[in-house]
Design a protein around this ligand. Structure first.
Ligand code: SAH
Ligand code: DHB
Ligand code: MG
Length: 223
């Protein structure tokens, strides 16, 4: 079997981006601001951002929940998919990340749609459940991978039939295929994949994607 051709995979990613994701000064500034604020460069790729945007559009989403904001790069893609009266709540543990995201979302003209909630995502989700928050149309899970199964359980309590649940980083360069992955992130992602694969309330698939290494997203629909 020929070895995986990383250069070819990179060229394909660039080819897709050049066709489908035109350069965008707002998104470029988002990344530059995050970098200047010392945030890690672990945002979704441009092609993944476009995919999230399209999933939200296809779902006709008006209410989106994001778990893991960072500097608001994926938030911007998701926010742009919503109608003017749409609502996006994004959950972030780090006050520094949240402040950077708020600035970036204002610069993108999304401050009327997107709200950054600071704190532990599970605590924020439990508070929303207790407060009777209406269900979301799309939920994007992208915070600490060790919490993915817990976030899934809480996301289901904030869902209705038809809600789309998307999770990032579910392949981890294949580490999720190890019987007992050493990397706690891979352990979390592996447990998440197993959970969505058999969950009675979900129909799911995982899609491998290439960026700096092979990773992937999981897409589920609530029955
Ligand atoms: N969705 C972003 C990337 C998120 S990176 C994008 O693609 O642009 C993961 C983020 O989750 C980090 O900002 C990290 O601070 C945050 N995070 C980690 N653990 C968390 C927790 N328990 N609750 C809320 N946010 C958390
Ligand atoms: C990490 C987190 C992410 O959400 C990501 O897309 C890539 C890496 C990380 O914590 O290493
Ligand atoms: Mg991610």
């Amino acid at each position: 079997m020929p070895a995986f051709d990383e250069k070819l995979a990179q060229r394909i990613d660039t080819y897709i981006e050049s066709l489908f994701v035109p350069a965008d000064p707002i998104l470029a500034a988002n990344i530059a601001n995050a970098d200047a604020a010392g945030l890690p460069a672990i945002n979704v790729s441009p092609n993944q951002g476009k995919l999230l945007y399209l999933l939200a559009r296809i779902a006709g989403a008006r209410r989106v929940l994001e778990i893991g904001t960072l500097g608001g790069y994926s938030t911007t893609w998701l926010g742009r998919a919503l109608p003017a009266n749409g609502r996006l709540i994004t959950l972030e543990f780090s006050p520094v990340h949240a402040a950077t995201a708020r600035k970036n979302l204002a610069a993108a003209g999304l401050d009327g749609i997107a709200e950054v909630t600071v704190g532990d995502a599970a605590a924020s989700m439990n508070a929303m459940i207790d407060a009777g928050e209406p269900p979301f149309d799309l939920i994007f899970i992208d915070a600490d991978k060790t919490g993915y199964v817990k976030y899934l359980d809480l996301a289901l309590q904030l869902s209705r039939p038809g809600t789309v649940i998307v999770a990032d980083n579910v392949i981890r360069n294949g580490a999720v295929m190890e019987e007992n992955p050493e990397d706690p992130n891979a352990q979390g992602a592996k447990a998440y994949n197993a959970a969505i694969a058999t969950h009675r309330r979900l129909e799911s698939i995982a899609v491998p994607l290439f960026r700096d290494e092979i990773d992937g997203i999981a897409i589920s629909r609530v029955k």
